[in-house]
Design a protein. Structure first.
Lengths: 653, 149
């Protein structure tokens, strides 16, 4: 086997401390057949040309480059090998610059250490194996789960780039949470005015033909991996045919059922057949199967009789199970809001006129249950409102994060209340004020400058108590180190923590993606890879990844689309890094220790349960499984046990 | 080992460094041209989780006086939790080494980030000092009651 050592002098950076001639003589004594070449700047154009020529002329089969850190130029020299027709994994670098020349005082010791390192590399490289660069065909299409801000932005961006997108939405309408909010912070822009053009674009825009919107749908199974997923989608019946329905709403009025309106957070009433809210898209009613008399054994057909289009309403429609082939998945299912009843001392669900911020948004909305009129349960105009920030957020030992959005909407409430009910007192109970960003503090400053707005700080939810005292609503605080306060108000608005959505656990299990300690989907890196989940090809965008506002969610949707477009290009194959783990089925006992230690769900037992298998599309080559395998059945390619033991032996020879 | 101070014992040290943090920290020490003892030979692994206990045993069997395993700080692992797995293994490994008659001070696990050139150099210097104090690893073991095989 012809092996060559290329020793870069790095223009004196290396040769100024290490005498290359001395290393050459030492190495020649240990490895008689190895070629040894000094080059001044191996990474330069001239150096690389010289290397390429020498590799070809000398028919070199294994290469050691003694130069700088492999973190700097391993890629450069691997490409040089590939260019010379040698498999790039037949290279081993020796870091004689950062680990010897620059850090060793004595020249003799430096030459001796460099010799040891080159000896170790020669022993290692003799055991290197050519690793074939594997390529797989991919499907460039995408699945987007969730049609809120992040999912809509991702779907539109992908479709604009020419990709086919299946957009799966659990509810009957698209738009997510912000369509419920009449005015959004920081500039009190109307939520539906902002979103409706986007929703229209998804349904009827220039790229709409490439977006398949499946409402009332959820993903129930995923097989395959990055580049080639097969997803199973269950779609519940709407009982109204969107192709026939003209959206007139004639069916809604005659429905005899009255139920709490979930779109309005349980305030007001809805019928069993309904369009979620005026202007909702798609503009097609849906029948709530749990509430419809007909679907629960009754004889009623009031809606169908009122419908002017024959066949638009069908009580016989059944659930559908569909499959789609996609190359990647964007998870954008949003977050949830803490159920304030979990903090009983705050009175939610127990004391009248104590409501959550989401319900308060609906009370403020012109299309809400009161037409935008603010009234107490007794029908009075509130003269004093308590706004409790940080409900369930910043709780020591439990939900210790700031939810990030509450301050800004709380100060939005402050502004809207002052405008609609001049002179109304607003009492802000808060732990911290967080309103960062270039326009984030505008509403906070207005509240602070408002003579009718009062600020009371508390530390833990347990220090607050909301109750009825002789018929009057009172908020009491007992914060250590401060005087106890008692504030009589007409209404209490609780700003709950942003929490993982109710289905995050189940969806995480279906997709096999990791969740963090709070239950949000876990990103690969919180700053540089925040939309990449723990599994290759599955991206996470929006409040399912962390609490965030509409702007951040939109940006994450866009980021996920960008990553997907960069990774899956039509006509281009997906390159699989061959430095992955591989299982020797003969030695594998099927103990599944490796399955448990793999951080990327890249290892699974074969269907017969007897041996483990590595999915090299998912494996990132950390080698933890190889170290954990009790039978030595897993080999970490390019970091095999044999290669590392040879390196150790060389270091100690 | 050549280049050693005349007559003095120069311990031989093998370091397993994860590529993303600790190896980068060692590179940073190099770029900053911080001098440290030449006694350490480094084996680069992609993740400290790759460090199989048999690598450590092999190093001792072949004449190492000490072994270092350097990993990303908790929470910083490029592969999420390989460093935690490596740390968990270390506790068992130390007990195993004691059964072989090897003092636990000869096998050190530590965290070095990509920016921590100074801690890296300090760890090398400390380890070399420790090993000089302990003297060469005796093939028959150095602890009372250790198996002699």
């Amino acid at each position: 086997m012809k092996t060559a050592v290329y020793f870069c002098t790095c223009g004196g950076n290396i040769s100024g401390k290490i005498d290359p001639g001395r290393v050459e003589r030492n190495v020649a004594a240990l490895h008689a057949g190895a070629r040894f070449q000094q080059v001044e700047f191996l990474c330069s154009e001239e150096g690389l040309a010289l290397l390429a020529q020498d590799l070809k002329e000398q028919r070199v089969e294994r290469v050691v480059v003694a130069a700088c850190s492999p973190r700097e130029h391993e890629g450069t020299f691997r490409r040089a090998l590939a260019g010379a027709g040698i498999n790039p994994y037949l290279l081993q670098m020796v870091n004689v610059r950062e680990q010897v020349a620059w850090v060793t005082e004595d020249a003799g010791a430096a030459a001796a250490k460099a010799t040891r390192l080159v000896d170790a590399a020669l022993r290692r490289v003799a055991l290197h194996e050519p690793l074939p660069q594997r390529e797989i065909d991919i499907c460039p299409d995408a699945l987007v789960i969730g049609a809120g801000p992040a999912g809509l932005k991702a779907a539109l961006s992908l479709a604009a780039a020419g990709r086919k997108v299946t957009l799966v939405e659990k509810s009957a309408v698209i738009g997510g949470l912000p369509v419920r909010f009449e005015e959004l912070f920081p500039n009190l822009e109307c939520g539906s005015c902002m979103l409706e053009p986007l929703l229209g674009e998804v349904l009827h825009g220039a790229s709409a033909e490439r977006i398949e919107v499946l409402t009332l749908a959820e993903v129930v199974g995923v097989a395959g991996s990055y580049g080639n997923f097969t997803v199973k989608i269950r779609q519940r019946p709407r009982f109204v045919d969107p192709r026939a329905c003209i959206g007139c709403g004639e069916c809604v009025g005659p429905c005899p059922v009255a139920a709490p309106n979930d779109f309005d957070c349980g305030l007001g009433e809805r019928k069993a057949i309904a369009i979620a809210y005026p202007g909702a898209l798609p503009s097609v009613p849906a029948i709530d199967a749990g509430r419809c008399l007909r679907l629960n054994g009754g004889e009623c057909a009031a809606c169908r009789e009122a419908c002017p289009v024959d066949g638009a309403i069908s009580f016989e429609e059944a659930e559908r199970l569909d499959e789609r082939a996609v190359g990647a998945i964007v998870v954008a299912v949003g977050g949830g809001l803490l159920d304030c009843a979990e903090l009983p001392n705050l009175g939610a669900g127990r004391v009248p006129d104590v409501i959550s911020a989401a319900a308060f948004e609906r009370l403020l909305a012109a299309n809400g249950p009161t037409g935008g009129e603010l009234r107490t349960a007794a029908g009075a105009v509130p003269r004093s409102v308590a706004i409790v920030h940080c409900v369930g957020s910043l709780e020591r030992g439990a939900r210790d994060y700031c939810s990030g959005i509450c301050c800004q909407y709380a100060f939005k409430f402050n502004q809207l209340l002052g405008k609609r009910l001049p002179g109304v007192r607003r009492h802000h109970f808060y732990k911290e004020i967080a309103a960062a960003g270039k326009d984030g503090f505008v509403l906070a400053r207005q509240a602070q400058d408002d003579p009718d707005s009062v600020f009371v700080r508390y530390r833990e939810a347990a220090e607050l108590n909301v109750s009825l005292e002789s018929g009057a609503l009172v908020v009491r605080t007992c914060t250590a180190g401060s005087d106890a306060t008692a504030t009589a108000v007409d209404m209490v608005v609780l700003c709950p923590a942003v929490v993982p959505g109710a289905d995050a656990r189940a969806l995480g299990a279906v997709l096999d993606i990791g969740r963090d300690r709070h239950g949000f989907f876990e990103e690969r890196h919180s700053r540089i890879d925040a939309v990449q989940s723990s599994v290759a090809g599955i991206f996470i965008a929006g409040a399912c990844q962390a609490p965030m506002d509409v702007r951040e969610a939109m940006n994450q949707g866009l980021a996920a689309a960008g990553q997907l477009l960069a990774g899956l290009v039509p006509g281009r194959k997906l390159e699989i890094d061959p430095a992955t783990a591989a299982v020797d089925a003969q030695r594998c006992s099927g103990c599944a220790v490796c399955v448990g230690v793999c951080p990327y769900t890249a290892i699974a037992l074969a269907p017969d349960g007897r041996t483990a298998r590595v999915n090299d599309v998912l494996c990132l080559g950390c080698g933890t499984c190889a170290a954990a395998c009790p039978t030595g059945a897993i080999r970490a390619n390019h970091f095999t046990t044999g290669q590392i033991l040879a390196e150790i032996a060389g270091l100690l020879a | 080992m050549s280049g050693a101070a005349a007559g003095g014992f120069e311990p031989r040290l093998v370091g397993f460094l994860c590529s993303w943090c600790s190896y980068a920290g060692a590179d940073k020490a190099g770029v900053a041209q911080m001098l440290y003892p030449p006694n350490v030979g480094i084996v680069r692994v992609m993740c400290s989780g790759r460090v199989d206990p048999q690598f450590v045993l092999a190093a001792f069997a072949q004449g190492a006086d000490g072994v270092l395993i350097l990993a990303c700080h908790p929470g910083d692992c490029h592969y999420k939790e390989g460093n935690r797995r490596s740390l968990l293994r270390q506790a068992l490994l130390l007990r195993l080494l004691e059964q072989f008659g090897i003092r636990r001070e000869r096998c050190r696990f530590d965290f070095v980030s990509a920016g921590e050139a100074e801690p890296y150099v300090r760890i090398i210097a400390e380890m070399v000092d420790t090993l000089k104090g302990l003297g060469p690893l005796q093939p028959q073991g150095e602890l009372h009651g250790a198996p002699h095989d």
